[in-house]
Design a protein around this ligand. Structure first.
Ligand code: OOG
Ligand code: MG
Length: 254
């Protein structure tokens, strides 16, 4: 029997110490439901340390990400207050294991959601959208994991930054999205790469949140998932993401 609390503790410690651990799936069997239980426990450990839950993130919503990581199912994780990095701020590379950055779109929730909504309904529940960058930092050696491993590890979440909030656009299709390191484009794609329509990612978030009993509250941030591959980032580099019509967001590493 997998010990949910023990696994959560070891993932929590790995993040705190910036030291990777062996993939859980190499040593014990974890079902997907158990993996989500570990994730919940892991977030509770953060909440006990004073962090608050401020949103959710979707993962593997693009073909590029599924190919890159070899995992072909939608996943979702939780965002806490300590993960939010103000736009244009600097973060210390030493606090991460092997950080990667990826370009995303972030939604800001206008009113509580307690049920599954479809992609045309969700628009009414959002009061702003923004270009976003996610920093992911798998707690597993070599950034390698199974579906259950990555879910237990809160979907590799470690940080995110959001650009200026923009008015809601009914269509989020056909927007060019780029990831830049030190001002040079290292990956580019389109908002269509996120489930053919980023609103679908938010609809999927409402379905999964309802399924796992996690309400989506007014003011929360929902990250739609990366449109492109994620790229490794080093100290003394700066990463930025642009979304056509939404502007730019950046984070520097020292
Ligand atoms: C898992 C997280 C995936 C996304 O945007 O697709 C994700 C990982 O790639 O380590 O955040
Ligand atoms: Mg992501």
């Amino acid at each position: 029997m997998a010990n949910i609390k023990e696994i959560a503790q070891s993932l929590h410690q790995a993040a705190h110490q910036a030291k990777p651990i062996t993939q859980i799936s190499l040593e014990q069997n974890l079902s997907l439901d158990q993996a989500y239980e570990v994730q919940k426990e892991l977030i509770n450990l953060r909440i006990n340390e004073g962090e608050t839950l401020i949103g959710l993130k979707m993962g593997f919503t693009s073909e590029a990400k599924m190919q890159q990581m070899g995992v072909h199912d939608l996943i979702w994780g939780r965002l806490t207050s300590a993960m939010l990095i103000p736009n244009q701020n600097t973060t210390a590379r030493s606090q991460y294991i092997h950080p990667r950055v990826e370009p995303e779109i972030c939604f800001r929730i206008a009113k509580d959601i307690n049920r599954e909504l479809n992609e045309s309904e969700v628009i009414e529940y959002v009061d702003a959208v923004a270009a976003a960058i996610e920093i992911i930092d798998s707690r597993y050696q070599n950034f390698k994991f199974s579906l259950e491993d990555v879910v237990a590890d809160n979907c590799s979440s470690i940080g995110f930054a959001v650009g200026d909030w923009m008015p809601v656009q009914t269509s989020l299709n056909d927007l060019n999205m780029e990831l830049l390191i030190d001002g040079k484009t290292v990956a580019s794609g389109s908002s269509n790469d996120i489930m053919n329509n980023p609103w679908k990612s938010l609809a999927a978030a409402t379905r999964l949140a309802a399924k796992y009993g996690e309400p989506i509250k007014k003011g929360m941030f929902i990250m739609a998932g990366a449109a492109t591959n994620a790229e490794f980032i080093q100290a003394n580099q700066s990463a930025s993401a642009t979304v056509e019509s939404m502007g730019e967001v950046s984070v520097s590493f020292k």
